[in-house]
Design a protein around this ligand. Structure first.
Ligand code: NAD
Length: 471
């Protein structure tokens, strides 16, 4: 697929698309159109579900070793096309190319991991009176996967990998703003030998085709990543057909810096923890909590480190932060700092593109900038008195996705990690996401886990079969 020409999913039949509804995909760094796509409507969604349903019986019967081989082949194709995929993602999302390469590398690792998991996720035999009971891991059926625009290919792979490994067929709906890498992945899946109908990529509006997937009686589960607001709609909609749901939603995570930490290391890492992907990261540690005893010293280091973030052309190898995704989103981000005197405001390109500078603001945990997910390069810096105060502030949020703790006191690190109500925490590190470890939220950040062996639980049902030995 050319990244400047038009593209239509080879997996969505033309007859089910409504050519009157075209979608123009923009480059957020230049505001230039990079693709014109035909969007599916409700009929398109129904057709995609029908294709996935038709492909299900044969896909379920594929021997585990063969299913693993197909996933491994897809992983290899992602590696072979890594540069092309990274460039599509960088251009469509405005991601720095170096980071986009890392994300595509993770996509390949995810498919390798779930190829390896296919024959390791199995049932058990349980001795019971009068016979034996065996459990089986059965696929759910057709699963609808709805993903956001901030890590389009990465997040899609976290769901596609375990879904296909467990023998489900998939209808993937990428975000309207960023469908290009998902379409290319669909082509690579066919090239890998994954049969037609097993992975369907459906370009269309969330309010139309996303909603239809949620309502559709033949869709067994919705794997959703996006905002908490739409996540609530997914739950409501799924209730009518008792669909399974996994929800990966918003975050407002704390980066807790104690006075005994390696302050240089913590300050060097803090900008990346917020400004990576221009802050459009559900795991962004957008509340930087600093112990008062080290507040002034840490602030100096933090401002210096933030000043060093290279903002500019995503295609430039040196760039560390690109633009925001859209004009509308930039206006939302700006609303959090309008009229606020920042601690620091960095440089950003002028002119075309949805640029926004790295911004640090001093806040209390009651301020709007500390309560809501800004989803942009804005960090709220909040002082705290002691360990109990830090835990109280960290937990004083409806969200619970991620967070970091910086301290040289190992016992305290574990105490605080246990006390913070979040699904993913790191000590003396920013890392939230690893292929082999579970990822997901507490509280209004959602439920269910992705990645690692845990994700397989969300894409299979346990069946128990009793066999009498007395007849
Ligand atoms: P969004 O909720 O607006 O959209 C997400 C997806 O849902 C898109 O594909 C969209 O088309 C679709 N959608 C929108 N309305 C829908 C509806 N009524 N029915 C069905 N589908 C619908 O989110 P976004 O703006 O694309 O992404 C940003 C949000 O995603 C942030 O809140 C961020 O925290 C969250 N996010 C969470 C994680 C995580 O793993 N927890 C990861 C990345 C992003």
């Amino acid at each position: 697929m050319s990244d400047t020409g038009s593209a239509v999913s080879p997996l969505a039949p033309r007859s089910c698309l409504n050519p009157a509804v075209t979608l123009t995909v923009l480059d957020p760094a230049t505001e230039e159109p990079i693709a014109e796509l035909e969007q599916a409507g409700v009929e398109g969604a129904d057709a995609a579900v029908a294709r996935a349903k038709a492909a299900l019986p044969a896909w379920r019967r594929v021997a585990p070793a063969d299913r693993a081989r197909l996933l491994r082949r897809l992983a290899s194709l992602v590696e072979e096309h890594g540069e092309e995929l990274a460039r599509i993602e960088s251009r469509n999302v405005g991601k720095p190319i170096a980071g986009a390469r890392g994300e595509v590398g993770m996509v390949a690792q995810v498919f390798h991991f779930y190829a390896g998991a296919v024959d390791k996720h199995h049932g058990e035999t349980i001795p019971v009176a009068g016979g034996v009971a065996a459990t089986f891991r059965e696929p759910l059926g057709v699963v609808g996967l709805i993903v956001p625009w901030n890590f389009p290919l990465n997040i899609a792979s976290w769901k596609i990998g375990p879904a296909l490994a467990c023998g489900n067929t998939v209808v993937l709906k990428p975000a309207e703003l960023t469908p290009l890498s998902a379409l290319r992945l669909g082509e690579l899946a066919l090239e890998a030998g994954i049969p037609e109908g097993v992975l369907n990529v459906l370009v269309g509006k969330g309010s139309v085709v996303g909603r239809r997937l949620i309502e559709h009686p033949d869709v067994a589960k919705i794997g959703f990543t996006g905002s908490t607001e739409v996540g609530a709609e997914v739950m409501r909609g799924a209730a009518a057909t008792i669909k399974r749901v996994t929800l990966e939603l918003g975050g407002k995570s704390a980066n807790v810096v104690f006075a005994d930490a390696d302050l240089e290391a913590a300050a060097a890492a803090a900008p990346y923890a917020v400004f990576d992907n221009a802050g459009q990261d559900c795991c962004a540690r957008s509340r930087i909590l600093v112990e008062r005893a080290a507040y002034d010293r840490f602030l100096d280091l933090l401002v210096e480190a933030t000043r060093g973030v290279v903002v500019g052309d995503p295609a430039d190898e040196a760039t560390e932060m690109g633009p925001l995704i859209s004009a509308a989103h930039r206006a939302t981000v700006a609303s959090y700092v309008d009229g606020v005197q920042p601690l620091f405001r960095g440089e950003a390109p002028e002119g075309r593109g949805y640029w926004f500078p790295c911004t640090l603001v001093e806040a209390t945990n009651e301020d709007r900038v500390a309560r809501e997910e800004v989803f942009g390069p804005v960090a709220a810096v909040i002082p705290f008195a002691d360990e109990a105060d830090a835990v109280r502030i960290a937990n004083d949020t409806p969200y619970g996705l991620s967070g970091s703790i910086w301290t040289r006191d190992g016992a305290r690190a574990l105490r605080v990690a246990r006390a913070v109500e979040s699904g993913v925490l790191s000590v003396n590190s920013n890392g939230s996401v690893r292929v082999a470890t579970p990822f997901g939220g507490f509280k209004q950040s959602g439920f269910g886990r992705e990645l690692g062996m845990h994700a397989l639980e969300g894409y299979s049902e346990v069946k128990s079969v009793f066999v009498s030995t007395e007849v």
